[in-house]
Design a binder for this molecule. Structure first.
Ligand code: URP
Ligand code: ZN
Ligand code: ZN
Length: 456
Protein backbone atom coordinates (compact mmCIF):
# COMPACT_ATOMS: atom_id res chain seq x y z
CA UNK A 1 0.00 0.00 0.00
CA UNK A 2 1.58 3.27 -1.06
CA UNK A 3 0.23 6.75 -1.56
CA UNK A 4 1.60 9.85 -3.27
CA UNK A 5 0.04 13.25 -2.61
CA UNK A 6 1.25 15.68 -5.24
CA UNK A 7 1.63 19.45 -5.34
CA UNK A 8 -0.22 20.27 -2.12
CA UNK A 9 0.63 23.28 -0.03
CA UNK A 10 1.92 21.60 3.12
CA UNK A 11 1.10 23.59 6.25
CA UNK A 12 2.39 22.57 9.67
CA UNK A 13 2.66 24.43 12.96
CA UNK A 14 5.83 26.12 11.76
CA UNK A 15 6.25 25.73 8.00
CA UNK A 16 4.46 26.22 4.69
CA UNK A 17 5.72 25.01 1.31
CA UNK A 18 4.61 23.19 -1.84
CA UNK A 19 5.88 19.62 -2.15
CA UNK A 20 4.88 16.00 -2.75
CA UNK A 21 4.42 13.54 0.10
CA UNK A 22 5.13 9.86 -0.42
CA UNK A 23 3.78 7.34 2.07
CA UNK A 24 4.85 3.72 2.18
CA UNK A 25 2.52 1.54 4.21
CA UNK A 26 1.38 3.49 7.25
CA UNK A 27 4.19 6.02 7.33
CA UNK A 28 5.36 9.17 5.55
CA UNK A 29 8.68 8.24 3.97
CA UNK A 30 9.69 11.10 1.64
CA UNK A 31 8.76 14.75 1.16
CA UNK A 32 10.10 16.73 -1.79
CA UNK A 33 9.50 18.06 -5.28
CA UNK A 34 8.58 15.87 -8.26
CA UNK A 35 8.39 12.56 -6.42
CA UNK A 36 7.31 9.50 -8.37
CA UNK A 37 5.48 6.47 -7.12
CA UNK A 38 5.82 2.75 -7.94
CA UNK A 39 3.15 1.09 -10.10
CA UNK A 40 -0.04 0.48 -8.13
CA UNK A 41 0.43 3.45 -5.80
CA UNK A 42 -2.55 5.73 -5.31
CA UNK A 43 -1.80 9.24 -6.57
CA UNK A 44 -3.77 12.21 -5.26
CA UNK A 45 -3.49 15.59 -6.95
CA UNK A 46 -3.58 18.26 -4.22
CA UNK A 47 -2.88 21.23 -6.47
CA UNK A 48 -4.52 24.33 -4.96
CA UNK A 49 -5.22 22.50 -1.71
CA UNK A 50 -3.66 22.58 1.73
CA UNK A 51 -2.18 19.44 3.25
CA UNK A 52 -2.38 19.46 7.04
CA UNK A 53 -1.27 16.88 9.59
CA UNK A 54 -4.25 14.82 10.77
CA UNK A 55 -6.11 16.79 13.42
CA UNK A 56 -6.30 15.63 17.02
CA UNK A 57 -9.28 16.24 19.27
CA UNK A 58 -7.83 16.05 22.78
CA UNK A 59 -11.17 16.10 24.60
CA UNK A 60 -14.11 13.99 23.50
CA UNK A 61 -16.73 11.82 25.19
CA UNK A 62 -17.98 8.82 23.25
CA UNK A 63 -18.97 6.23 25.83
CA UNK A 64 -20.44 8.49 28.50
CA UNK A 65 -22.89 7.35 31.15
CA UNK A 66 -23.84 10.79 32.52
CA UNK A 67 -26.73 12.56 34.25
CA UNK A 68 -29.00 9.54 34.08
CA UNK A 69 -28.46 8.77 30.41
CA UNK A 70 -25.78 7.95 27.84
CA UNK A 71 -24.19 10.16 25.19
CA UNK A 72 -25.49 9.17 21.78
CA UNK A 73 -22.40 8.33 19.74
CA UNK A 74 -20.43 5.11 19.78
CA UNK A 75 -16.96 4.56 18.33
CA UNK A 76 -18.32 3.62 14.93
CA UNK A 77 -20.42 6.79 14.51
CA UNK A 78 -18.03 9.11 16.34
CA UNK A 79 -14.91 8.03 14.47
CA UNK A 80 -16.69 8.42 11.13
CA UNK A 81 -17.81 11.92 12.13
CA UNK A 82 -14.32 12.75 13.36
CA UNK A 83 -12.74 11.66 10.09
CA UNK A 84 -15.24 13.49 7.89
CA UNK A 85 -14.31 16.54 9.94
CA UNK A 86 -10.55 15.99 9.48
CA UNK A 87 -9.83 14.57 12.95
CA UNK A 88 -7.70 11.44 12.74
CA UNK A 89 -6.93 10.95 16.45
CA UNK A 90 -9.36 11.04 19.35
CA UNK A 91 -8.43 11.40 23.00
CA UNK A 92 -11.45 10.32 24.98
CA UNK A 93 -12.14 10.98 28.63
CA UNK A 94 -12.40 7.59 30.31
CA UNK A 95 -14.91 8.42 33.06
CA UNK A 96 -15.87 5.66 35.48
CA UNK A 97 -17.99 7.07 38.30
CA UNK A 98 -16.87 7.19 41.93
CA UNK A 99 -18.73 3.96 42.58
CA UNK A 100 -16.84 2.09 39.83
CA UNK A 101 -13.54 0.28 39.95
CA UNK A 102 -10.85 2.32 38.15
CA UNK A 103 -9.13 -0.54 36.29
CA UNK A 104 -12.44 -2.12 35.32
CA UNK A 105 -13.46 1.31 34.01
CA UNK A 106 -10.36 1.54 31.84
CA UNK A 107 -11.02 -1.92 30.43
CA UNK A 108 -14.66 -1.09 29.77
CA UNK A 109 -13.71 2.06 27.84
CA UNK A 110 -11.11 0.10 25.85
CA UNK A 111 -13.77 -2.45 24.91
CA UNK A 112 -15.95 0.31 23.48
CA UNK A 113 -13.19 1.41 21.12
CA UNK A 114 -11.02 -1.54 20.13
CA UNK A 115 -12.22 -3.08 16.88
CA UNK A 116 -14.87 -0.38 16.48
CA UNK A 117 -13.03 2.84 15.74
CA UNK A 118 -12.06 3.92 12.24
CA UNK A 119 -9.49 6.39 13.57
CA UNK A 120 -6.73 6.11 16.16
CA UNK A 121 -7.50 6.83 19.79
CA UNK A 122 -6.25 6.98 23.33
CA UNK A 123 -7.68 8.03 26.71
CA UNK A 124 -7.20 10.46 29.54
CA UNK A 125 -7.75 8.18 32.54
CA UNK A 126 -10.44 9.59 34.82
CA UNK A 127 -9.52 9.66 38.51
CA UNK A 128 -12.89 9.96 40.21
CA UNK A 129 -11.75 8.76 43.63
CA UNK A 130 -8.34 8.13 45.20
CA UNK A 131 -7.24 5.47 47.66
CA UNK A 132 -4.45 2.87 47.85
CA UNK A 133 -6.21 0.56 45.43
CA UNK A 134 -6.82 3.38 42.94
CA UNK A 135 -3.15 4.34 43.11
CA UNK A 136 -2.04 0.78 42.34
CA UNK A 137 -4.53 0.54 39.48
CA UNK A 138 -3.43 3.89 38.05
CA UNK A 139 0.18 2.64 38.01
CA UNK A 140 -1.01 -0.43 36.10
CA UNK A 141 -3.00 1.72 33.62
CA UNK A 142 0.03 3.94 33.02
CA UNK A 143 2.14 0.83 32.33
CA UNK A 144 -0.43 -0.10 29.65
CA UNK A 145 0.25 3.11 27.72
CA UNK A 146 -1.75 5.93 29.30
CA UNK A 147 0.15 9.16 30.06
CA UNK A 148 -2.63 11.53 31.17
CA UNK A 149 -5.24 11.60 33.91
CA UNK A 150 -8.56 13.45 34.06
CA UNK A 151 -10.04 14.94 37.19
CA UNK A 152 -13.22 16.86 37.86
CA UNK A 153 -13.54 19.62 40.41
CA UNK A 154 -17.25 19.67 39.49
CA UNK A 155 -20.11 17.12 39.36
CA UNK A 156 -20.40 16.49 43.09
CA UNK A 157 -21.17 12.85 43.90
CA UNK A 158 -20.59 11.58 40.35
CA UNK A 159 -17.08 12.34 39.06
CA UNK A 160 -15.89 15.07 41.47
CA UNK A 161 -12.97 14.46 43.85
CA UNK A 162 -12.24 16.17 47.18
CA UNK A 163 -9.10 18.12 48.04
CA UNK A 164 -7.28 15.22 49.68
CA UNK A 165 -7.87 13.12 46.57
CA UNK A 166 -6.78 16.02 44.39
CA UNK A 167 -3.51 16.36 46.30
CA UNK A 168 -2.80 12.61 46.18
CA UNK A 169 -3.64 12.38 42.47
CA UNK A 170 -1.32 15.25 41.57
CA UNK A 171 1.49 13.75 43.68
CA UNK A 172 1.15 10.40 41.94
CA UNK A 173 1.00 12.09 38.53
CA UNK A 174 4.17 14.03 39.31
CA UNK A 175 5.93 10.82 40.36
CA UNK A 176 4.82 8.99 37.19
CA UNK A 177 5.43 11.93 34.82
CA UNK A 178 1.76 11.99 33.84
CA UNK A 179 -0.06 15.20 32.90
CA UNK A 180 -3.35 15.87 34.73
CA UNK A 181 -6.24 17.33 32.75
CA UNK A 182 -8.89 19.02 34.86
CA UNK A 183 -12.47 20.27 34.69
CA UNK A 184 -12.29 23.37 36.87
CA UNK A 185 -15.46 24.67 38.50
CA UNK A 186 -16.14 25.04 42.21
CA UNK A 187 -18.74 22.32 42.80
CA UNK A 188 -20.01 23.74 46.11
CA UNK A 189 -20.76 27.10 44.53
CA UNK A 190 -22.53 25.38 41.63
CA UNK A 191 -24.64 23.28 43.99
CA UNK A 192 -25.60 26.18 46.28
CA UNK A 193 -26.40 28.61 43.48
CA UNK A 194 -28.45 25.98 41.64
CA UNK A 195 -30.55 25.35 44.76
CA UNK A 196 -31.20 29.08 45.16
CA UNK A 197 -32.22 29.55 41.53
CA UNK A 198 -34.57 26.57 41.56
CA UNK A 199 -36.12 27.72 44.85
CA UNK A 200 -36.80 31.08 43.23
CA UNK A 201 -38.63 29.34 40.37
CA UNK A 202 -35.84 30.04 37.88
CA UNK A 203 -35.74 26.67 36.15
CA UNK A 204 -35.02 27.24 32.42
CA UNK A 205 -31.83 26.52 30.40
CA UNK A 206 -30.79 30.19 30.57
CA UNK A 207 -30.29 29.78 34.35
CA UNK A 208 -27.50 27.27 33.79
CA UNK A 209 -25.09 30.16 33.26
CA UNK A 210 -26.27 31.89 36.46
CA UNK A 211 -25.55 28.74 38.45
CA UNK A 212 -21.92 28.70 37.31
CA UNK A 213 -20.78 32.24 36.36
CA UNK A 214 -17.16 33.02 35.33
CA UNK A 215 -15.93 33.44 38.92
CA UNK A 216 -16.96 29.83 39.69
CA UNK A 217 -14.70 28.63 36.89
CA UNK A 218 -11.89 31.05 37.81
CA UNK A 219 -12.00 29.75 41.39
CA UNK A 220 -11.71 26.19 40.06
CA UNK A 221 -8.65 27.11 37.99
CA UNK A 222 -7.09 28.98 40.91
CA UNK A 223 -7.78 26.02 43.21
CA UNK A 224 -6.26 23.43 40.88
CA UNK A 225 -3.20 25.54 40.22
CA UNK A 226 -2.53 26.12 43.92
CA UNK A 227 -2.36 22.34 44.30
CA UNK A 228 -0.27 22.04 41.11
CA UNK A 229 2.18 24.62 42.43
CA UNK A 230 2.68 22.75 45.71
CA UNK A 231 3.01 19.30 44.13
CA UNK A 232 4.94 20.32 40.99
CA UNK A 233 2.52 18.33 38.80
CA UNK A 234 1.93 19.17 35.13
CA UNK A 235 -1.64 20.27 34.49
CA UNK A 236 -3.96 21.00 31.57
CA UNK A 237 -7.15 23.01 32.05
CA UNK A 238 -9.89 21.54 29.86
CA UNK A 239 -12.67 23.60 28.27
CA UNK A 240 -11.60 27.03 29.54
CA UNK A 241 -14.37 29.44 28.62
CA UNK A 242 -13.73 32.94 29.94
CA UNK A 243 -11.36 35.80 30.63
CA UNK A 244 -11.50 35.39 34.42
CA UNK A 245 -10.35 31.76 34.25
CA UNK A 246 -7.66 32.53 31.68
CA UNK A 247 -6.28 35.27 33.93
CA UNK A 248 -5.85 32.71 36.74
CA UNK A 249 -4.02 30.30 34.42
CA UNK A 250 -1.74 33.04 33.08
CA UNK A 251 -0.94 34.29 36.60
CA UNK A 252 -0.07 30.76 37.74
CA UNK A 253 2.09 30.17 34.67
CA UNK A 254 3.95 33.39 35.42
CA UNK A 255 4.87 32.08 38.85
CA UNK A 256 6.17 28.85 37.33
CA UNK A 257 3.19 26.51 37.58
CA UNK A 258 3.14 23.95 34.78
CA UNK A 259 -0.20 24.51 33.08
CA UNK A 260 -1.52 24.27 29.54
CA UNK A 261 -4.93 25.55 28.49
CA UNK A 262 -7.59 24.13 26.19
CA UNK A 263 -10.56 26.06 24.91
CA UNK A 264 -13.42 24.73 22.79
CA UNK A 265 -14.72 25.64 19.37
CA UNK A 266 -18.11 26.26 21.05
CA UNK A 267 -16.73 29.05 23.28
CA UNK A 268 -14.99 30.65 20.30
CA UNK A 269 -18.15 30.79 18.20
CA UNK A 270 -21.27 30.64 20.43
CA UNK A 271 -22.31 32.80 23.37
CA UNK A 272 -24.76 32.58 26.27
CA UNK A 273 -27.68 34.08 24.34
CA UNK A 274 -27.97 30.73 22.54
CA UNK A 275 -28.76 29.02 25.86
CA UNK A 276 -31.39 31.71 26.52
CA UNK A 277 -33.41 30.83 23.40
CA UNK A 278 -37.13 30.41 24.09
CA UNK A 279 -39.28 27.26 24.09
CA UNK A 280 -36.53 25.18 25.68
CA UNK A 281 -34.39 25.48 22.51
CA UNK A 282 -31.67 26.86 24.80
CA UNK A 283 -31.22 23.30 26.10
CA UNK A 284 -29.32 22.48 22.91
CA UNK A 285 -26.66 24.88 24.16
CA UNK A 286 -26.31 23.74 27.78
CA UNK A 287 -22.85 22.55 28.64
CA UNK A 288 -20.36 23.10 31.48
CA UNK A 289 -18.72 25.51 31.89
CA UNK A 290 -21.58 27.39 30.21
CA UNK A 291 -21.46 29.45 27.03
CA UNK A 292 -20.31 32.93 28.11
CA UNK A 293 -20.96 36.56 27.41
CA UNK A 294 -19.81 37.37 23.86
CA UNK A 295 -16.96 39.61 25.09
CA UNK A 296 -15.05 36.45 26.03
CA UNK A 297 -14.74 35.31 22.43
CA UNK A 298 -12.17 38.00 21.59
CA UNK A 299 -10.23 37.12 24.75
CA UNK A 300 -10.07 33.47 23.70
CA UNK A 301 -9.09 34.21 20.08
CA UNK A 302 -6.35 36.55 21.31
CA UNK A 303 -5.26 33.92 23.84
CA UNK A 304 -4.85 31.41 21.04
CA UNK A 305 -3.03 33.87 18.81
CA UNK A 306 -0.66 34.93 21.60
CA UNK A 307 0.07 31.40 22.83
CA UNK A 308 -1.74 31.74 26.17
CA UNK A 309 -4.11 28.96 25.06
CA UNK A 310 -2.57 25.84 23.55
CA UNK A 311 -5.39 23.74 22.11
CA UNK A 312 -8.90 23.86 20.64
CA UNK A 313 -11.02 20.78 21.38
CA UNK A 314 -14.73 19.95 21.26
CA UNK A 315 -15.64 18.20 24.53
CA UNK A 316 -17.99 16.35 22.17
CA UNK A 317 -20.90 15.06 24.30
CA UNK A 318 -24.01 14.49 22.17
CA UNK A 319 -27.48 14.22 23.74
CA UNK A 320 -30.65 14.26 21.62
CA UNK A 321 -32.78 17.39 21.79
CA UNK A 322 -36.07 15.47 21.40
CA UNK A 323 -35.57 12.74 23.97
CA UNK A 324 -32.63 13.50 26.28
CA UNK A 325 -32.37 17.25 26.81
CA UNK A 326 -36.07 17.28 27.98
CA UNK A 327 -34.99 15.37 31.12
CA UNK A 328 -34.35 18.88 32.38
CA UNK A 329 -37.45 20.63 31.06
CA UNK A 330 -38.60 21.56 34.57
CA UNK A 331 -35.14 21.84 36.12
CA UNK A 332 -32.07 23.09 34.23
CA UNK A 333 -29.72 21.07 36.50
CA UNK A 334 -31.11 17.89 34.92
CA UNK A 335 -30.43 18.87 31.29
CA UNK A 336 -27.69 16.49 30.05
CA UNK A 337 -24.64 18.72 29.54
CA UNK A 338 -22.97 18.84 26.15
CA UNK A 339 -22.90 20.50 22.72
CA UNK A 340 -21.93 18.08 19.93
CA UNK A 341 -19.30 19.45 17.54
CA UNK A 342 -16.77 16.72 16.76
CA UNK A 343 -17.50 16.88 13.04
CA UNK A 344 -17.41 20.65 12.68
CA UNK A 345 -14.40 21.71 14.80
CA UNK A 346 -11.96 22.09 11.92
CA UNK A 347 -14.24 23.76 9.39
CA UNK A 348 -15.50 26.17 12.06
CA UNK A 349 -11.98 26.98 13.26
CA UNK A 350 -10.88 27.54 9.68
CA UNK A 351 -13.92 29.60 8.65
CA UNK A 352 -14.41 31.69 11.79
CA UNK A 353 -10.75 31.77 12.85
CA UNK A 354 -8.40 31.69 9.86
CA UNK A 355 -10.70 33.17 7.20
CA UNK A 356 -11.99 35.78 9.63
CA UNK A 357 -8.40 36.90 10.26
CA UNK A 358 -8.37 35.95 13.96
CA UNK A 359 -5.59 33.34 13.76
CA UNK A 360 -3.10 32.36 11.09
CA UNK A 361 -2.81 28.95 9.46
CA UNK A 362 0.09 27.86 11.67
CA UNK A 363 -1.79 28.68 14.86
CA UNK A 364 -4.74 26.74 13.42
CA UNK A 365 -2.63 23.61 12.85
CA UNK A 366 -0.80 24.02 16.14
CA UNK A 367 -3.97 24.40 18.22
CA UNK A 368 -5.96 21.69 16.46
CA UNK A 369 -3.21 19.10 16.08
CA UNK A 370 0.45 19.64 16.99
CA UNK A 371 0.09 20.99 20.53
CA UNK A 372 -2.13 18.10 21.58
CA UNK A 373 0.40 15.64 20.14
CA UNK A 374 3.21 17.32 22.07
CA UNK A 375 1.35 17.65 25.37
CA UNK A 376 0.03 14.09 25.36
CA UNK A 377 3.05 12.09 24.19
CA UNK A 378 2.06 11.50 20.57
CA UNK A 379 4.53 13.79 18.79
CA UNK A 380 6.03 13.37 16.18
CA UNK A 381 4.13 10.19 15.36
CA UNK A 382 1.04 12.42 15.22
CA UNK A 383 0.71 16.18 14.68
CA UNK A 384 3.59 16.39 12.19
CA UNK A 385 4.28 16.03 8.48
CA UNK A 386 7.77 14.58 8.32
CA UNK A 387 9.43 11.30 7.33
CA UNK A 388 8.72 8.68 9.98
CA UNK A 389 5.42 10.23 11.10
CA UNK A 390 2.16 8.32 10.70
CA UNK A 391 0.60 9.09 7.32
CA UNK A 392 -2.41 10.86 8.84
CA UNK A 393 -3.02 13.65 6.36
CA UNK A 394 -5.83 16.06 5.55
CA UNK A 395 -6.09 17.40 2.00
CA UNK A 396 -8.17 20.50 2.62
CA UNK A 397 -10.06 22.31 -0.15
CA UNK A 398 -10.13 26.03 0.75
CA UNK A 399 -12.54 26.79 -2.11
CA UNK A 400 -15.35 24.56 -0.87
CA UNK A 401 -18.46 26.39 0.29
CA UNK A 402 -21.18 24.72 2.34
CA UNK A 403 -23.70 24.98 5.15
CA UNK A 404 -23.82 23.01 8.36
CA UNK A 405 -26.99 21.01 8.90
CA UNK A 406 -28.24 18.09 10.97
CA UNK A 407 -29.54 16.69 7.66
CA UNK A 408 -26.03 16.10 6.36
CA UNK A 409 -24.07 15.40 9.54
CA UNK A 410 -22.51 12.07 10.44
CA UNK A 411 -22.69 12.50 14.22
CA UNK A 412 -25.40 10.39 15.85
CA UNK A 413 -27.47 13.17 17.38
CA UNK A 414 -30.75 14.82 16.35
CA UNK A 415 -29.64 18.45 16.10
CA UNK A 416 -26.77 20.68 15.10
CA UNK A 417 -25.82 23.59 17.35
CA UNK A 418 -24.60 25.30 14.17
CA UNK A 419 -27.63 24.69 11.93
CA UNK A 420 -27.47 26.88 8.82
CA UNK A 421 -24.00 28.28 9.52
CA UNK A 422 -21.99 28.84 6.34
CA UNK A 423 -18.54 27.26 6.17
CA UNK A 424 -15.58 27.91 3.91
CA UNK A 425 -13.31 25.01 3.09
CA UNK A 426 -13.50 21.37 4.15
CA UNK A 427 -11.38 18.25 4.48
CA UNK A 428 -11.66 16.63 1.06
CA UNK A 429 -9.36 13.66 1.53
CA UNK A 430 -8.35 12.28 4.91
CA UNK A 431 -5.89 9.46 5.44
CA UNK A 432 -5.31 7.32 8.52
CA UNK A 433 -1.90 5.68 8.59
CA UNK A 434 -1.65 5.72 4.79
CA UNK A 435 -5.17 4.56 3.99
CA UNK A 436 -7.79 6.92 2.53
CA UNK A 437 -10.68 7.18 5.02
CA UNK A 438 -12.51 10.19 3.51
CA UNK A 439 -12.87 10.97 -0.19
CA UNK A 440 -14.73 14.01 -1.53
CA UNK A 441 -15.79 14.71 2.05
CA UNK A 442 -17.46 11.28 2.44
CA UNK A 443 -16.39 8.47 4.77
CA UNK A 444 -14.86 5.55 2.88
CA UNK A 445 -12.74 4.18 5.72
CA UNK A 446 -12.70 0.97 7.66
CA UNK A 447 -14.52 0.60 10.94
CA UNK A 448 -12.27 -1.16 13.43
CA UNK A 449 -8.99 -0.19 11.80
CA UNK A 450 -8.31 2.52 14.40
CA UNK A 451 -5.54 1.65 16.83
CA UNK A 452 -5.11 2.29 20.53
CA UNK A 453 -2.10 4.62 20.76
CA UNK A 454 0.19 3.36 23.49
CA UNK A 455 2.04 6.26 25.05
CA UNK A 456 5.04 4.95 26.94
O1 URP B 1 -20.98 19.94 29.38
C1 URP B 1 -20.05 19.18 29.26
N1 URP B 1 -18.85 19.70 29.26
N2 URP B 1 -20.28 17.86 29.11
C2 URP B 1 -19.38 16.81 29.11
C3 URP B 1 -18.80 16.51 30.46
C4 URP B 1 -17.69 17.46 30.81
O2 URP B 1 -17.82 18.22 31.75
O3 URP B 1 -16.66 17.47 30.15
ZN1 ZN C 1 -15.81 18.88 31.84
ZN1 ZN D 1 -15.54 16.77 28.83
Amino acid sequence: MSLLIKNGQIVTADSRYVADIYCEGETITTIGPNLSAPPGAEIIDATGKFVFPGFIDPHVHIYLPFMGTYAKDNYDTASRAALVGGTTTLIEMCCPSRADDTLAGFELWMQQAVGKSACDFTFHMGVTKFNDQTAAQLREIVSRGIRSFKIFLAYKGAFGIDDTELYQTLKLAKELGVIVTAHCENETLVAERSKELLAAGLTGPGQHHESRPPRVEAEGVHHLLTFAELTGASTYIVHLSCQEALAEAVAARQRGVRVAVETLIQYLTLDKTYAERPDFEGAKYVMSPPLRDKRNQAVLWHGLRDGLIQTVATDHAPFDFQTQKPMGRADFTKIPNGIPSLEERITLLYTYGVKAGKIDLHTFVNAASTQAAKLFGLFPRKGAIQPGADADLVVFDPNYRGTISVKTQTMNVDYSAFEGWPIEGRPEIVTVRGQVAVRSGKFVGQTGRGQFLKRL
